[in-house]
Design a protein around this ligand. Structure first.
Ligand code: ASP
Length: 341
């Protein structure tokens, strides 16, 4: 009788540890990214521009994927992939950041480690070439989670992050976008419009970037980087650097990076809500993300989307706008990149 109990006990210990092994460190890895959501319509796109976006997304994806395939950590993969997108003028992050009402570029970025729940974020920075590197430094080398403005820049310098002056971030296309929005505000004022002085979100946003990665150890990480919204005023900060709103990662549930009208994403605590639905309601990553983007956020009037991946590498990329730049690549050989619905 004792023997039977002992064997039963051994078998149950063995199967539990096998199940855990299956989840953790099973050598599967994956990466997913977005380059912003909005009114991205095929009729407004040229084949050349479409190719440029696809190529840049693939380049970023591949950089992150290579890091993971060499056994690198998920948060390193997130940083290298985001840096490629930050260095491209195509996306609203780093080099391609949109302009504030004062004609400046003020960037936000954050990163979270799903194993330790450690997080790092910077907001309203003007002189850091790759804000995601500063966010990672906050995570790794400080006792804080979020730093803003000149303080964050001082810390980034200490971390040896590459700095850049305002001329590096000047992109004429973005500057024209600012002038157009200012014009439309003025017209509304002149004609005594009863509408609040605010143009649509889609006129203001152009391609925030975000990455979620799962490494061979089974650890998730998520990061987001943005120039925010064109014509933003008074030191406005969006959801991208706010842990739980624009970015979240937890090995227990998923990694999430968001893009959209930040004010709504902050109010709806979008990234954490996806994780919470999985944790407390047992939802799959797909069901949870879909409910948040296409039900909850939509009801509030919030436009945008997100990328999310669970600890097994299941990926979902819902959005409630006409398009979202997005791409993924997994160690099981599957991959894809998309722009439209
Ligand atoms: N979420 C960003 C912000 O509100 C903008 C975007 O994703 O396009 O700052």
């Amino acid at each position: 009788m004792k023997k039977v109990i002992l064997v039963g006990l051994l078998l149950s210990v063995l199967s539990t540890s096998l199940a855990q092994n299956n989840m953790k460190g099973n050598n599967n890895f994956a990466i997913v990214l977005h380059g912003g959501a909005g009114t991205i319509l095929k009729q407004n796109m040229t084949p050349e521009l479409e190719k440029q976006y696809m190529d840049k997304m693939n380049e970023a994806l591949q950089k992150g994927y290579d890091t993971l395939s060499k056994g690198g950590k998920s948060n390193d993969a997130v940083v290298v992939a985001i840096m490629v997108l930050e260095d491209s003028p195509l996306f609203n992050a780093g080099k391609g950041s949109v302009f504030t009402a004062d004609g400046k570029n003020e960037m936000d970025a954050s990163i979270m480690d799903g194993k330790t729940l450690k997080s790092g974020a910077v907001a309203g920075v003007r002189k850091i070439k790759n804000p995601i590197t500063a966010a990672k430094c906050v995570l790794e080398k400080s006792e804080h989670v979020m730093m803003v403005g000149t303080g964050a820049e001082k810390f980034a310098k200490k971390c040896k992050c590459e700095m850049a002056d305002s001329s590096y971030f000047f992109e004429e296309k973005r500057f024209i976008q600012l002038q157009k929005i200012k014009e439309s505000e003025k017209t509304e004022l002149d004609h005594g419009s009863s509408k609040p002085i605010d143009v649509e979100f889609n006129d203001k946003k152009f391609g925030t970037v975000g990455v979620v990665a799962l490494d061979k150890e089974g650890n998730l990480a998520a990061g987001t980087s943005t120039g925010g919204m064109t014509n933003k005023k008074y030191g406005r900060v969006g959801d991208a650097p706010i842990i739980g709103a624009g970015t979240y990662a937890n090995n227990k549930t998923c990694g999430v990076s968001c893009t959209g009208h930040g004010e709504y994403f902050i109010r709806a605590v979008v990234a954490y809500d996806v994780s919470a639905l999985m944790e407390y309601k047992g939802y799959s990553v797909e069901k949870a993300a879909n409910e948040v983007i296409n039900e909850k956020l939509k009801k509030m009037g919030g436009e945008g989307g997100l990328i999310a991946m669970d600890a097994k590498g299941n990926i979902t990329m819902p959005f409630n706008t006409p398009g979202m730049y997005r791409a993924f690549k997994k160690s099981d050989g599957t991959s894809g990149n998309f722009i439209y619905k």
